[in-house]
Write a protein that binds this ligand. Sequence first.
Ligand code: 6PG
Length: 236
Amino acid sequence: MAHVVHSYADLPATAHACADRVAHLLREMIGARGVAHIGLSGGNTPKSMYAVLAGLPDIDWANVHFWWGDERCVPQSDKDSNERMARESLLSRIRFNEAHVHSVPTTLPPAECAAAYEAALRRVCEIDLQSRMPIIDILLLGIGDDGHTLSLFPRSPTLNESVKAVANTIAPPTSPVKDRVTFTFPAARSARYRIFLAAGPDKKPVVQGCLANPPADQPSAKVGEAEWFLDAAAAP
Ligand code: 6PG
């Protein structure tokens, strides 16, 4: 599994480098197929990268489809909504096509929400003939200090999902929102590109775990090879 690791002095520099890479891939995907599908990550770390990305030139935003790799089961107006964060830090600053923003239908009960979101992915995205998973071009990923990524948490039964592309799951009690919807491992592994963005000393041990000798139950070590954009504090 070949990872590509980039590290920078601080989060601003890391955010700029990551945004440049995402912009390059968006241009490449649109150039190749006329459209790009990006899976946005949630939490706090991506905010500064999204703000930089919104200011980069020559991105045909009208042909970008926006998805979320995971979402909290709250209204999009909720302070903990990943969609709200992305709208505030990215979408509000670019000329995008609202029809290409594929919200996770969090008004539905979690299981129905996951099924409806998967149906939308399968309706809109190419399907990988081998994995039978919907293909996201660029899947952005964060990492929790417990080693989770997306909403795939250690010791969760959702880690064993091998058929569904999207599942509803329960976050640990320490998380801001209990009910979640998340890409599963098969869906994450079917992305064309996976990009991790992580910063801060709390992430260093789990980043090390992914890049060196992955512990048996570290979800972030199981999504497949990825490009890593890290600040010096999080880098091994
Ligand atoms: C979420 C995220 C989650 C996040 C990590 C890191 O919905 O919480 O998708 O996987 O990427 O928890 O979050 P921070 O960037 O806030 O540390």
